[in-house]
Design a protein around this ligand. Structure first.
Ligand code: GZL
Length: 364
Protein backbone atom coordinates (compact mmCIF):
# COMPACT_ATOMS: atom_id res chain seq x y z
CA UNK A 1 0.00 0.00 0.00
CA UNK A 2 1.64 3.28 -1.03
CA UNK A 3 2.77 5.78 1.59
CA UNK A 4 0.15 8.48 0.84
CA UNK A 5 -2.78 6.13 1.37
CA UNK A 6 -1.27 5.00 4.70
CA UNK A 7 -1.03 8.65 5.87
CA UNK A 8 -4.66 9.33 4.87
CA UNK A 9 -5.89 6.19 6.70
CA UNK A 10 -3.92 7.24 9.85
CA UNK A 11 -5.50 10.74 9.82
CA UNK A 12 -9.02 9.24 9.49
CA UNK A 13 -8.27 6.78 12.35
CA UNK A 14 -7.03 9.55 14.72
CA UNK A 15 -10.07 11.69 13.85
CA UNK A 16 -12.46 8.85 14.70
CA UNK A 17 -10.74 8.29 18.08
CA UNK A 18 -11.01 12.00 18.93
CA UNK A 19 -14.70 12.08 17.93
CA UNK A 20 -15.51 9.00 20.01
CA UNK A 21 -13.81 10.39 23.13
CA UNK A 22 -15.62 13.76 22.77
CA UNK A 23 -19.09 12.21 22.56
CA UNK A 24 -18.42 9.85 25.50
CA UNK A 25 -17.28 12.65 27.88
CA UNK A 26 -19.51 12.88 31.00
CA UNK A 27 -22.22 15.47 30.19
CA UNK A 28 -25.58 15.90 31.84
CA UNK A 29 -28.31 16.25 29.32
CA UNK A 30 -31.95 17.10 29.82
CA UNK A 31 -34.57 14.41 30.31
CA UNK A 32 -37.60 16.66 30.54
CA UNK A 33 -38.80 19.06 27.84
CA UNK A 34 -39.45 21.80 30.43
CA UNK A 35 -35.97 21.53 31.94
CA UNK A 36 -33.54 24.10 30.57
CA UNK A 37 -29.73 24.06 30.39
CA UNK A 38 -27.15 21.35 30.09
CA UNK A 39 -24.32 21.40 32.60
CA UNK A 40 -20.85 19.98 32.49
CA UNK A 41 -20.14 18.07 35.70
CA UNK A 42 -16.49 18.97 35.32
CA UNK A 43 -17.27 22.64 36.10
CA UNK A 44 -16.49 23.75 39.65
CA UNK A 45 -19.78 25.63 39.81
CA UNK A 46 -22.39 24.50 42.35
CA UNK A 47 -25.00 22.76 40.24
CA UNK A 48 -28.58 23.44 41.40
CA UNK A 49 -31.72 21.86 39.97
CA UNK A 50 -34.72 24.14 40.62
CA UNK A 51 -38.23 22.74 40.19
CA UNK A 52 -40.55 25.79 40.04
CA UNK A 53 -44.24 24.89 40.36
CA UNK A 54 -45.49 27.00 37.48
CA UNK A 55 -45.91 30.47 35.98
CA UNK A 56 -49.51 31.07 37.09
CA UNK A 57 -49.15 34.55 38.58
CA UNK A 58 -47.17 37.79 38.65
CA UNK A 59 -45.95 36.69 42.06
CA UNK A 60 -44.56 33.46 40.58
CA UNK A 61 -42.77 35.38 37.85
CA UNK A 62 -41.08 37.57 40.47
CA UNK A 63 -40.19 34.50 42.56
CA UNK A 64 -38.60 32.76 39.55
CA UNK A 65 -36.64 35.88 38.57
CA UNK A 66 -35.37 36.32 42.13
CA UNK A 67 -33.97 32.77 42.21
CA UNK A 68 -32.53 32.90 38.68
CA UNK A 69 -30.86 36.25 39.45
CA UNK A 70 -29.26 34.84 42.61
CA UNK A 71 -28.08 31.45 41.31
CA UNK A 72 -25.92 32.76 38.47
CA UNK A 73 -22.55 31.56 37.14
CA UNK A 74 -21.07 34.87 38.34
CA UNK A 75 -22.17 33.92 41.85
CA UNK A 76 -20.69 30.42 41.50
CA UNK A 77 -23.80 28.50 40.51
CA UNK A 78 -24.99 26.56 37.49
CA UNK A 79 -28.81 26.52 37.52
CA UNK A 80 -31.02 23.95 35.81
CA UNK A 81 -34.55 25.41 35.80
CA UNK A 82 -37.77 23.46 35.27
CA UNK A 83 -41.37 24.74 35.09
CA UNK A 84 -43.81 22.20 36.55
CA UNK A 85 -46.80 23.97 34.97
CA UNK A 86 -48.80 23.59 38.26
CA UNK A 87 -48.54 19.78 38.12
CA UNK A 88 -46.93 17.73 40.91
CA UNK A 89 -46.41 14.88 38.41
CA UNK A 90 -44.26 17.18 36.26
CA UNK A 91 -42.33 18.38 39.30
CA UNK A 92 -41.58 14.83 40.43
CA UNK A 93 -40.33 13.99 36.91
CA UNK A 94 -38.12 17.08 37.00
CA UNK A 95 -36.69 16.16 40.42
CA UNK A 96 -35.85 12.67 39.11
CA UNK A 97 -34.16 14.32 36.14
CA UNK A 98 -32.02 16.38 38.54
CA UNK A 99 -31.10 13.20 40.45
CA UNK A 100 -30.11 11.53 37.17
CA UNK A 101 -27.92 14.52 36.36
CA UNK A 102 -26.24 14.23 39.77
CA UNK A 103 -26.81 17.90 40.66
CA UNK A 104 -25.30 19.22 43.90
CA UNK A 105 -28.57 20.63 45.31
CA UNK A 106 -32.27 20.38 44.50
CA UNK A 107 -34.59 23.33 45.18
CA UNK A 108 -38.35 22.73 44.99
CA UNK A 109 -41.31 25.12 45.14
CA UNK A 110 -43.97 22.42 45.77
CA UNK A 111 -47.32 23.01 44.09
CA UNK A 112 -49.09 21.12 46.90
CA UNK A 113 -48.04 19.95 50.34
CA UNK A 114 -48.42 16.15 50.18
CA UNK A 115 -47.00 13.33 47.99
CA UNK A 116 -43.28 14.21 48.11
CA UNK A 117 -41.80 11.52 50.39
CA UNK A 118 -40.96 8.94 47.71
CA UNK A 119 -39.01 11.22 45.38
CA UNK A 120 -37.31 13.02 48.27
CA UNK A 121 -36.12 9.64 49.60
CA UNK A 122 -34.61 9.00 46.15
CA UNK A 123 -32.80 12.35 46.40
CA UNK A 124 -31.55 11.46 49.90
CA UNK A 125 -30.30 8.07 48.67
CA UNK A 126 -28.46 9.92 45.89
CA UNK A 127 -26.87 12.16 48.55
CA UNK A 128 -28.44 15.35 47.15
CA UNK A 129 -29.62 17.93 49.74
CA UNK A 130 -33.11 19.36 49.08
CA UNK A 131 -34.23 22.92 49.87
CA UNK A 132 -37.97 23.68 49.89
CA UNK A 133 -38.90 27.21 48.77
CA UNK A 134 -42.04 29.33 48.88
CA UNK A 135 -44.60 26.69 49.89
CA UNK A 136 -44.10 23.82 52.37
CA UNK A 137 -44.35 20.05 52.14
CA UNK A 138 -46.32 17.94 54.60
CA UNK A 139 -44.12 15.01 55.70
CA UNK A 140 -43.47 13.01 58.88
CA UNK A 141 -39.79 12.77 57.94
CA UNK A 142 -38.24 16.24 58.19
CA UNK A 143 -34.83 14.80 57.31
CA UNK A 144 -36.05 14.67 53.69
CA UNK A 145 -35.20 18.37 53.29
CA UNK A 146 -32.33 20.36 54.73
CA UNK A 147 -34.14 23.72 54.95
CA UNK A 148 -37.14 25.65 53.75
CA UNK A 149 -37.27 29.29 52.71
CA UNK A 150 -40.52 31.16 52.37
CA UNK A 151 -43.19 33.25 53.99
CA UNK A 152 -45.56 32.72 56.92
CA UNK A 153 -48.86 32.13 55.16
CA UNK A 154 -50.84 31.65 58.41
CA UNK A 155 -49.62 35.05 59.63
CA UNK A 156 -50.66 36.55 56.30
CA UNK A 157 -54.20 35.20 56.79
CA UNK A 158 -54.29 36.57 60.35
CA UNK A 159 -53.13 40.00 59.10
CA UNK A 160 -56.11 40.06 56.73
CA UNK A 161 -58.50 39.32 59.59
CA UNK A 162 -56.87 41.90 61.87
CA UNK A 163 -57.10 44.57 59.15
CA UNK A 164 -60.82 43.81 58.75
CA UNK A 165 -61.38 44.04 62.52
CA UNK A 166 -59.77 47.50 62.61
CA UNK A 167 -61.57 48.63 59.46
CA UNK A 168 -65.00 47.69 60.85
CA UNK A 169 -64.20 49.35 64.19
CA UNK A 170 -63.29 52.57 62.38
CA UNK A 171 -66.48 52.38 60.34
CA UNK A 172 -68.53 51.84 63.50
CA UNK A 173 -66.98 54.80 65.30
CA UNK A 174 -67.51 57.00 62.24
CA UNK A 175 -71.19 55.94 62.19
CA UNK A 176 -71.44 56.64 65.93
CA UNK A 177 -70.11 60.14 65.39
CA UNK A 178 -72.66 60.68 62.64
CA UNK A 179 -75.46 59.33 64.77
CA UNK A 180 -74.38 61.45 67.77
CA UNK A 181 -75.02 64.44 65.59
CA UNK A 182 -78.51 63.17 64.97
CA UNK A 183 -80.96 61.84 67.56
CA UNK A 184 -80.03 58.19 68.33
CA UNK A 185 -83.00 55.85 68.92
CA UNK A 186 -82.86 54.26 72.39
CA UNK A 187 -82.62 50.74 70.96
CA UNK A 188 -79.68 51.62 68.66
CA UNK A 189 -77.93 53.42 71.52
CA UNK A 190 -78.15 50.31 73.73
CA UNK A 191 -76.82 48.07 70.92
CA UNK A 192 -73.92 50.47 70.27
CA UNK A 193 -73.11 50.78 74.01
CA UNK A 194 -72.88 47.01 74.46
CA UNK A 195 -70.87 46.73 71.24
CA UNK A 196 -73.68 44.54 70.01
CA UNK A 197 -73.11 45.67 66.49
CA UNK A 198 -75.44 43.12 65.08
CA UNK A 199 -74.95 44.19 61.49
CA UNK A 200 -74.00 41.00 59.61
CA UNK A 201 -70.80 41.27 57.54
CA UNK A 202 -71.15 39.04 54.46
CA UNK A 203 -67.75 37.72 53.28
CA UNK A 204 -66.74 35.70 50.21
CA UNK A 205 -63.30 34.13 49.85
CA UNK A 206 -61.37 33.26 46.67
CA UNK A 207 -58.99 30.53 47.80
CA UNK A 208 -55.71 29.56 46.11
CA UNK A 209 -54.69 26.13 44.78
CA UNK A 210 -56.31 23.52 47.07
CA UNK A 211 -53.85 21.86 49.51
CA UNK A 212 -51.16 24.43 48.77
CA UNK A 213 -49.45 26.02 51.77
CA UNK A 214 -50.65 29.46 50.70
CA UNK A 215 -54.29 28.32 50.59
CA UNK A 216 -54.09 26.33 53.83
CA UNK A 217 -52.29 29.03 55.81
CA UNK A 218 -54.21 32.05 54.56
CA UNK A 219 -57.59 30.35 55.02
CA UNK A 220 -56.81 29.18 58.56
CA UNK A 221 -55.24 32.46 59.61
CA UNK A 222 -58.28 34.46 58.47
CA UNK A 223 -60.82 31.93 59.81
CA UNK A 224 -59.21 32.01 63.27
CA UNK A 225 -59.87 35.75 63.43
CA UNK A 226 -63.33 35.50 61.81
CA UNK A 227 -64.38 32.92 64.42
CA UNK A 228 -64.12 35.63 67.10
CA UNK A 229 -66.89 37.68 65.43
CA UNK A 230 -70.32 36.08 65.36
CA UNK A 231 -71.58 38.74 62.94
CA UNK A 232 -68.92 37.84 60.32
CA UNK A 233 -70.67 35.55 57.87
CA UNK A 234 -68.41 33.67 55.42
CA UNK A 235 -70.82 32.89 52.59
CA UNK A 236 -68.42 30.92 50.35
CA UNK A 237 -64.78 29.82 50.02
CA UNK A 238 -64.12 28.36 46.54
CA UNK A 239 -60.81 27.94 44.71
CA UNK A 240 -59.74 30.37 42.00
CA UNK A 241 -56.45 28.41 41.68
CA UNK A 242 -54.40 31.62 41.96
CA UNK A 243 -55.23 32.62 38.38
CA UNK A 244 -56.99 35.74 37.05
CA UNK A 245 -59.34 33.80 34.76
CA UNK A 246 -60.53 31.40 37.46
CA UNK A 247 -60.80 34.20 40.00
CA UNK A 248 -63.08 36.13 37.66
CA UNK A 249 -65.21 33.05 36.96
CA UNK A 250 -65.73 32.23 40.65
CA UNK A 251 -66.42 35.85 41.63
CA UNK A 252 -69.03 36.10 38.86
CA UNK A 253 -70.66 32.98 40.32
CA UNK A 254 -70.64 34.53 43.81
CA UNK A 255 -72.27 37.72 42.47
CA UNK A 256 -75.05 35.66 40.93
CA UNK A 257 -75.59 33.64 44.12
CA UNK A 258 -75.35 36.43 46.75
CA UNK A 259 -76.89 39.89 46.46
CA UNK A 260 -75.29 41.47 49.51
CA UNK A 261 -71.53 40.81 49.59
CA UNK A 262 -69.68 43.24 51.84
CA UNK A 263 -66.12 41.84 51.81
CA UNK A 264 -64.00 39.93 49.26
CA UNK A 265 -60.94 38.11 50.62
CA UNK A 266 -58.88 37.04 47.60
CA UNK A 267 -55.80 34.91 48.31
CA UNK A 268 -53.67 36.40 45.54
CA UNK A 269 -53.61 39.51 43.37
CA UNK A 270 -54.17 37.69 40.10
CA UNK A 271 -57.51 36.34 41.31
CA UNK A 272 -58.30 39.81 42.66
CA UNK A 273 -57.72 41.37 39.22
CA UNK A 274 -60.21 38.89 37.75
CA UNK A 275 -62.70 39.48 40.58
CA UNK A 276 -62.57 43.28 40.05
CA UNK A 277 -63.49 42.73 36.39
CA UNK A 278 -66.42 40.50 37.41
CA UNK A 279 -67.66 43.08 39.95
CA UNK A 280 -67.48 45.91 37.42
CA UNK A 281 -69.12 43.82 34.67
CA UNK A 282 -71.98 43.14 37.13
CA UNK A 283 -72.44 46.92 37.46
CA UNK A 284 -71.22 46.94 41.06
CA UNK A 285 -68.38 48.81 42.77
CA UNK A 286 -65.49 47.72 44.96
CA UNK A 287 -62.63 49.11 47.00
CA UNK A 288 -62.21 52.21 49.14
CA UNK A 289 -65.43 53.93 48.08
CA UNK A 290 -67.10 50.84 46.64
CA UNK A 291 -69.79 48.50 47.98
CA UNK A 292 -67.51 45.43 48.20
CA UNK A 293 -64.34 45.95 50.24
CA UNK A 294 -61.34 44.05 48.81
CA UNK A 295 -58.60 42.34 50.80
CA UNK A 296 -55.90 40.85 48.55
CA UNK A 297 -52.59 38.99 49.02
CA UNK A 298 -49.15 39.22 47.37
CA UNK A 299 -48.77 43.02 46.81
CA UNK A 300 -47.36 42.78 43.28
CA UNK A 301 -46.81 45.95 41.26
CA UNK A 302 -50.15 45.88 39.42
CA UNK A 303 -51.93 45.56 42.80
CA UNK A 304 -50.35 48.89 43.81
CA UNK A 305 -51.88 50.37 40.65
CA UNK A 306 -55.30 49.01 41.71
CA UNK A 307 -54.82 50.34 45.26
CA UNK A 308 -53.96 53.75 43.86
CA UNK A 309 -57.16 53.47 41.75
CA UNK A 310 -59.01 52.77 45.02
CA UNK A 311 -60.16 49.33 43.80
CA UNK A 312 -58.30 47.31 46.45
CA UNK A 313 -58.53 48.38 50.12
CA UNK A 314 -55.54 46.49 51.49
CA UNK A 315 -52.87 44.08 50.23
CA UNK A 316 -51.11 41.57 52.49
CA UNK A 317 -47.59 41.20 51.13
CA UNK A 318 -46.14 37.80 50.31
CA UNK A 319 -42.52 38.48 49.47
CA UNK A 320 -41.29 36.46 46.43
CA UNK A 321 -37.69 37.70 46.69
CA UNK A 322 -36.22 34.47 48.13
CA UNK A 323 -33.29 33.87 45.76
CA UNK A 324 -30.61 35.61 47.86
CA UNK A 325 -31.62 33.64 50.97
CA UNK A 326 -31.36 30.37 49.02
CA UNK A 327 -27.92 31.30 47.67
CA UNK A 328 -26.70 32.14 51.21
CA UNK A 329 -28.12 28.85 52.55
CA UNK A 330 -26.27 26.82 49.90
CA UNK A 331 -23.02 28.72 50.51
CA UNK A 332 -23.29 27.94 54.23
CA UNK A 333 -23.98 24.27 53.49
CA UNK A 334 -20.99 24.16 51.14
CA UNK A 335 -18.81 25.31 54.07
CA UNK A 336 -20.30 22.65 56.34
CA UNK A 337 -22.07 25.26 58.45
CA UNK A 338 -25.44 24.76 60.19
CA UNK A 339 -28.51 26.37 58.64
CA UNK A 340 -31.95 27.19 60.09
CA UNK A 341 -34.60 24.63 59.18
CA UNK A 342 -37.10 27.42 58.42
CA UNK A 343 -36.26 30.93 57.17
CA UNK A 344 -38.93 33.55 56.44
CA UNK A 345 -38.44 36.67 54.33
CA UNK A 346 -39.75 40.07 55.56
CA UNK A 347 -43.28 41.10 54.55
CA UNK A 348 -45.70 43.97 55.25
CA UNK A 349 -49.34 45.09 54.90
CA UNK A 350 -50.11 47.84 52.38
CA UNK A 351 -53.22 50.02 52.59
CA UNK A 352 -54.69 51.84 49.60
CA UNK A 353 -54.27 55.25 51.24
CA UNK A 354 -50.48 54.78 51.48
CA UNK A 355 -49.89 52.76 48.29
CA UNK A 356 -48.41 55.64 46.25
CA UNK A 357 -45.67 56.25 48.80
CA UNK A 358 -45.07 52.67 49.94
CA UNK A 359 -44.50 51.35 46.41
CA UNK A 360 -41.47 53.63 45.84
CA UNK A 361 -38.32 51.50 45.48
CA UNK A 362 -40.09 48.15 45.28
CA UNK A 363 -38.64 45.74 42.71
CA UNK A 364 -41.81 43.81 41.84
C1 GZL B 1 -47.35 32.27 48.07
C2 GZL B 1 -47.34 31.62 46.71
C3 GZL B 1 -48.62 31.87 46.01
C4 GZL B 1 -48.87 33.34 45.70
C5 GZL B 1 -49.60 33.23 44.41
O1 GZL B 1 -46.18 31.96 48.77
O2 GZL B 1 -47.15 30.23 46.83
O3 GZL B 1 -48.57 31.20 44.76
O4 GZL B 1 -49.60 34.00 46.69
C6 GZL B 1 -48.81 32.16 43.72
O5 GZL B 1 -49.64 34.40 43.65
O6 GZL B 1 -49.52 31.63 42.68
Amino acid sequence: MNKNIKIILWIIFIGLIALASYSLRPMKNIQNSEVENTVDINSDLIIVGFSQLGSESDWRTANTKSIQNALTKKNGFSLIFSNGRQSQENQIKDVRSFIFQEVDYIVIAPVTETGWDTVLKEAREAGIPVIIVDRMINTDDESLYVACVGTDKYAEGEKAGIWLEKYLEEQKSEENVTQENESLSEETASQEENGLNTEVINIVVLEGTPNSTAQIGRSKGFEDIARKHENWNILAQDSGDFTKAKGKEVMAKYLQEYDDIDILVSQNDDMTFGAIEAIQEAGLTCGVNGKIKVISFDAVSEAFDRMEDGLINVDIECNPLQGQLIAELIERLEKGKKVDKVSYVEEKVFKAENAGIERIGRSY
